[in-house]
Design a protein around this ligand. Structure first.
Ligand code: GRG
Length: 291
């Protein structure tokens, strides 16, 4: 049932995303659409839709807010791939944005996707202006200097001081760099549904655990997905400037940490008096991909 729901709404999200950036002949719009419409899991929009659904908000109503999250995500990936950051050539199986459109256009496409996200929510006809302002404020905090950008900055700083990496620092980086936008996705649904304070608190806890486990699984797949890396894993990721859980605590401890975070996420979800089965299944989609 969840797979059917996921397929239906991934398609609806894709159609909605196509409307955000005009299909014009301008290279800026080509560059924006190249990344925004590329295949991705759409986990952030799906989490927003599923949270809304748990509290009776129709998926259609949530689409603007959900797609705003995907715009921020697409912008972050474009900028993260630039030569001045991770300098990656491939993303989602295709050449990265700057490889196709050049560094300057990729920078601008990312900038424009970021502002498009806020425009998307502010123009939404689904919610009152009060709710839209709360959503905009939440997204700005999650994406900006108190959220994802802070996490990216901490990551860049830590790469210069690899010997001093600790579990505490790694958790901080992941909580901010990856976790904050995932949290915002869930809290966006909570704001839309005007949930009670205690429900908001449990959803927030769920979102924190989901954000951490998302990153741990990502790290796990980086290592286990590449068996050639396993034999030399203990220090090699750090030598290459990549900070991962397996490189810091080992494969077995990472596996255990994933299971612990999954259990904590489930406990937070089960404290909520609503049908959260979609959220539970999205958690499993995150934690059990390829494991
Ligand atoms: C440049 C401001 C700025 C921020 C960049 C999110 C981020 C911060 C960088 C991405 C680097 C990265 C690969 C992080 C690992 C976790 C992550 C966000 C993976 C990509 O997200 P998915 O798996 O991607 O949801 P898809 O392609 O499915 O959308």
């Amino acid at each position: 049932m969840t797979q059917g729901w996921v397929n239906t709404w991934i398609e609806a999200i894709q159609i909605h995303l196509q409307r955000i950036v005009p299909d014009s002949s301008h290279v800026l719009h080509h560059s924006m659409r190249y990344s925004l419409l590329a295949d991705g899991k759409r986990i952030r929009p799906l989490l927003a839709l599923a949270t809304g659904r748990a509290f009776g908000v129709a998926e259609e109503k949530m689409l603007d807010a959900a797609c705003a999250l995907e715009c921020i995500h697409a912008y972050s990936l474009i900028h993260d791939d630039l030569p001045c950051m991770d300098n990656d050539d491939l993303r989602r199986g295709k050449p990265t944005n700057h490889k196709v459109f050049g560094d300057a256009m990729a920078l601008l496409a990312g900038d424009a996707l970021q502002t498009a996200a806020f425009s998307c929510i502010s123009r939404s006809t689904s919610f009152s202006s009060e709710i839209r302002i709360r959503m905009i404020s939440l997204l700005a905090e999650a994406a900006g200097h108190q959220g994802m950008v802070l996490g990216q900055a901490a990551d860049m700083e830590a790469e210069q001081q690899l010997g001093e990496m600790t579990m505490e620092k790694l958790r901080f980086i992941h909580t901010y760099k990856t976790g904050k936008l995932l949290q915002a996705a869930i809290e966006m649904g909570a704001i839309a549904a005007e949930v009670s304070d205690s429900q908001y608190h449990s959803l927030h806890q769920f979102a924190c655990h989901l954000g951490l486990v998302f990153q741990m699984v990502d790290d796990w797949l980086d290592v286990v997905g590449d068996t050639a890396v396993m034999g030399k894993m203990a220090g090699s990721d750090q030598e290459h400037g990549k900070l991962t859980y397996p490189a810091l605590i080992g494969i077995e401890a990472t596996k255990q940490a994933i299971e612990t975070e999954e259990q904590l996420a489930l406990q937070s979800l089960h404290a909520i008096d609503a049908d959260t089965s979609l959220l539970e299944n999205l958690l499993f989609l995150v934690t059990r991909r390829n494991r």
